[in-house]
Ligand binder design. Structure first.
Ligand SMILES: Cc1cc2nc3c(=O)[nH]c(=O)nc-3n(C[C@H](O)[C@H](O)[C@H](O)COP(=O)(O)OP(=O)(O)OC[C@H]3O[C@@H](n4cnc5c(N)ncnc54)[C@H](O)[C@@H]3O)c2cc1C
Ligand SMILES: *[C@@H]1O[C@H](CO)[C@@H](O)[C@H](O)[C@H]1NC(C)=O
Length: 512
């Protein structure tokens, strides 16, 4: 079989990265040069809008089925989407860090089901290390180091209880509630700062929203289907990429195996999408018009919620309702580099501030098996706190972060950071957040409508995944599924997708 092997750089145009050395641009085409379209041809069979995991895997599926007249349209200068790395650090102490996805959550147990991202990581030799997020923890509060690990473990047990009670409710077809209500049902009502920080770690750190803002049932099955082997999950292992090519290398290398240059258009931002039962037409911000028989829109639900792209005709009410029935949450990693390490020797530290969610989680990269000698520590904030810091200057955020570190390490004279960076996902019109999550209450009709096609326009991405929303592997399965449906349509010359549910109704009436 003749594979079209291209250098990876073909799919990543050089771009300036903060605090970085000039990237290697040798051999890479200049913007607009090699990417001016042959595929301008008005009869592209399938347009793939977005070059993240869902878009690339959709393209791979089409290619595997012999459909090669497709075009990936991507606003950025490289493929990968929310798999995104940056060069970080002071001159001569730079390293590649992941500002987007960093972990493969759930791998494979024996010959059970494998996380497809794990398989791609193995295939492309991504350098990973196992995270011990449940066991390698140090705890702090406003008085410095204080041991409340027992409470951290209690919170993890409470979370497990939450998933068990959620399972029982699912099998009885009971309505969804907030995860806060779920915690109440299992008798967990965190009150102290230590209890709240512990709960944050076992809940918000994953969903990037508080239990009050989150679905009880959907969050529980989301966790099970990834981690619980007896529920069809992959494994309870978390692999952290420490690959200096960036974790995105795994999807770019995969793309390089089948994708031709003429099948990708980078630095092309979609402004409008017109759809009908006979085709799709797309206008780019530079005025270019692209037409196709079918299209798959893989933009984040945050993009759809914020009207960053205009639809013609305007989206029907059932689609608007579905798009707004889930939340685009924000998860922010704040990278800080110091001349040398002065902190804990565990993988993470939990800090219980007086305000729940204020710089609560710290991950050390300066560890054997991670990035020893890097001097890098990563603070994580989520949800509303992420939005808060995105509205602040870097200098303000840095000064708050330094204040928290001084509180955690009262006896250390903390040096000035040599580098500081965080990605503003919420403000970015190409994302509008980090990943989706369901608020209370999850309504099955909304999920069906979110993924339902409009004429010849399909929707796919992490958000349309019922089991794995929020995850890389969710995006993978959804991209593949949408492409398979389009292949069916092309081969059978007819439509097969699941129709929308025009009215999501209660089974029990309002008795007003
Ligand atoms: C900070 C962060 C941490 C995360 N951590 C993890 C993790 O550790 N493990 C994990 O499994 N998942 C993680 N995720 C989630 C994971 O990254 C996503 O679920 C997945 O990458 C989504 O893929 P996708 O193809 O659905 O969407 P995307 O990757 O968003 O792809 C859509 C593409 O569309 C492009 N686009 C948007 N608007 C336009 C437009 N108007 N015109 C043209 N192109 C456009 C975007 O640039 C993007 O490339 C994390 C995400 C973030 C942000
Ligand atoms: C989650 O997994 C647990 C343990 O296997 C199970 O008891 C529970 O019913 C599951 N819950 C959901 C929501 O799937």
């Amino acid at each position: 079989m003749a594979l079209c092997l291209l250098p990876i750089s073909v799919f990543a145009l050089p771009r300036p990265i903060p605090a970085s050395a000039a990237p290697d641009i040798s051999g890479a085409p200049a913007p607009g040069e090699s990417f001016t379209l042959q595929s301008h041809a008005p009869d592209t069979q399938v347009l793939i809008l977005g070059g993240g995991v869902a878009g690339i895997i959709a393209a791979r599926k089409l290619a595997a089925e012999g459909i090669t007249n497709f075009l990936i349209v991507e606003a950025r200068d490289e493929l990968g989407g929310r798999m995104r790395s940056a060069t970080f650090g002071a001159p001569k102490r730079q390293l590649t860090v992941e500002v987007g996805a960093n972990w493969i959550h759930g791998t494979q147990e024996h010959d059970g089901p494998a996380n497809p991202m794990f398989e791609l990581a193995l295939k492309h030799n991504i350098k990973t290390t196992e995270s011990h997020l449940h066991t390698s923890i140090t705890t702090y509060d406003a008085n410095g180091a204080v041991d409340y690990l027992d409470l951290v473990h209690d919170a993890m047990d409470a979370y497990t209880q939450l998933t068990i009670v959620a399972g029982a409710r699912l099998s009885e077809n009971l309505v969804d509630l907030t995860a806060r209500a779920g915690y109440a049902l299992v008798g967990q009502k965190p009150k102290t700062l230590h209890e709240m920080a512990s709960e944050y770690y076992s809940f918000d750190y994953t969903y990037a929203q508080t239990p009050e803002q989150s679905s009880f049932l959907a969050s529980a099955w989301n966790s099970n289907f990834t981690y619980e082997v007896d529920q069809g999950g992959f494994s309870d292992e978390d692999l952290l990429s420490i690959d200096q090519r960036g974790i995105k290398y795994l999807i770019q290398a995969e793309a390089a195996e089948f994708l031709k240059q003429s099948q990708v258009r980078l630095q092309a931002t979609v402004a409008t999408i017109g759809y009908s039962d006979s085709g799709v037409s797309v206008t780019l911000t530079d005025g270019t018009k692209l037409t196709a028989q079918y299209a798959i829109c893989t933009f984040s639900v945050g993009v759809l919620q914020n009207d960053d792209v205009q639809f013609s005709p305007p989206l029907p009410e059932w689609k608007v309702e579905a798009i707004h029935s889930l939340t685009m949450a924000t998860y922010t990693k704040i990278f800080i580099q110091f001349p040398q390490k002065f902190w804990f020797d565990t993988e993470v530290a939990l800090y219980a501030d007086r305000e729940r969610g204020r710089y609560p989680l710290w991950m050390s990269l300066d560890l054997d098996g991670f990035m020893p000698g890097s001097g890098v520590i990563v603070a994580t904030v989520t949800g509303d706190f992420s939005k808060r810091i995105e509205a602040m200057t870097d200098a303000r955020v840095q000064s708050e972060v330094m204040g928290v570190l001084q509180t955690m390490f009262p006896r250390v004279s903390i040096p000035e950071p040599t580098a500081f960076f965080f990605q503003r996902w919420f403000s970015d019109p190409l994302y509008r957040g980090s990943y989706s999550t369901w608020p209370a209450s999850f309504i099955p009709q909304h999920l069906i409508n979110l993924g339902a096609s409009l004429g010849n326009l399909w929707f796919a991405g992490e958000a349309t995944s019922e089991k794995y929303f929020g995850y890389l592997h969710g995006a993978y399965f959804e991209g593949e599924a949408a492409a398979s449906q389009i292949v069916q349509c092309i081969k059978d010359q007819q439509r097969h997708p699941q129709p929308p549910i025009l009215y999501a109704q209660n089974t029990y009436p309002y008795n007003l």
